[in-house]
Design a protein around this ligand. Structure first.
Ligand code: HEC
Ligand code: HEC
Length: 251
């Protein structure tokens, strides 16, 4: 851990200033990984899309209804994932894609709940997010969403963990520095759900937040808490205008 800190200190003097840089993590990939993401037959994340399609068509619940029975083709949910999380003024809280799918699953399909980060839920979120591939991220952060948005911003800037680093310290000040063999990106969320080679699997934005929190030895956040969703909203706003890439590939 000591040499890691040293590395961070060294990196501070070399990394760029904190001018806004909204480049997708894709820009840091080498040609091999870019090719892997771009080729739908090779992209490992597409396995989750395929699995999601099977689940989309599977009848479940007391009325034996599938997602398709009510929603038709998944493409009907295009232009949704790029606009999430979103504040729901009737329930007075933020929802992300995981939560919208989980709610629909139990309330409308009346089927057994999908657990957070389960392979089935990841498959459905990836299928739905994939429909919006190429669309720009665009979340609403004013009006009733503004309090949550400010909470998210504060959370991004708050130092945490034994290393006493904020998200902004790494993804703004130390952007471009090398850490554990990886180049620190601007921390954009336009690729999610995405396949990470270090995970040997696919994960959500909330899994990434957990991974980064663990890296600085900070206390984990409940991924469904409004606090965690407020941070996700801020991340989506930071990534505004970038094209959704789900399922992206990252190191
Ligand atoms: C010690 C430095 C460090 C801190 C602090 C840190 N991260 Fe990261 N983060 C990384 C590294 C390393 C990666 C993997 C390489 C990359 O994509 O930047 C990463 C990746 C990410 C990504 C994925 C980027 C992509 O293109 O897929 C997001 C989003 C992210 N971090 C968000 C956060 C948030 C939110 C926090 C605060 C809770 C945070 N990070 C704190 C180092 C850090
Ligand atoms: C019994 C009919 C029914 C079934 C079955 C059903 N849904 Fe829904 N779903 C709805 C209705 C109605 C809404 C709310 C209206 C809307 O936004 O389309 C909705 C909303 C949603 C939303 C939010 C859409 C938005 O724009 O806000 C998502 C995501 C979703 N459903 C996903 C699914 C998935 C995935 C499945 C299968 C696991 C599923 N639904 C099964 C009827 C259903």
């Amino acid at each position: 851990m000591k040499c890691w800190l040293l590395l961070l200190l060294l990196a501070t003097c070399c990394a760029g200033a904190d001018q806004p840089d909204r480049r997708s993590g894709y820009s840091l990939l080498g040609p091999d990984l870019r090719a892997l993401q771009d080729d739908d037959f090779a992209n490992p994340g597409m396995l989750w899309v395929d699995r999601g399609e099977r689940l989309w068509n599977a009848a479940s619940g007391p009325n034996q209804q599938s997602c398709r029975d009510c929603h038709g083709d998944p493409v009907n949910l295009r232009d949704l994932a790029n606009r999430l999380p979103r504040f729901d003024a009737t329930t007075n809280r933020l929802d992300n894609l995981d939560m919208l799918i989980r709610q629909c699953r139990t309330q409308r399909q009346q089927a057994e709940a999908l657990t957070h980060e389960s392979e089935d839920l990841l498959a459905l979120t990836t299928l739905v997010a994939h429909q919006s591939r190429g669309l720009p991220l665009e979340v609403v952060v004013d009006g009733p969403a503004s309090t949550a948005f400010e909470q998210g911003r504060a959370s991004f800037e708050r130092r945490r963990g034994q290393l006493d680093l904020s998200c902004a310290d790494c993804h703004e000040k130390l952007r471009g520095a090398r850490l554990r063999g990886e180049t620190i990106s601007a921390g954009m969320v336009n690729g999610f759900p995405l396949y990470r080679l270090t995970w040997e699997g696919l994960g959500s934005r909330q899994r990434m937040i957990r991974w980064c929190n663990e890296a600085v030895r900070a206390k984990p956040m409940d991924p469904e808490s409004q606090r965690a969703l407020a941070l996700e909203l801020y991340l989506a706003w930071r990534s505004r205008g970038l094209a959704l890439e789900a399922p992206a590939v990252r190191r």
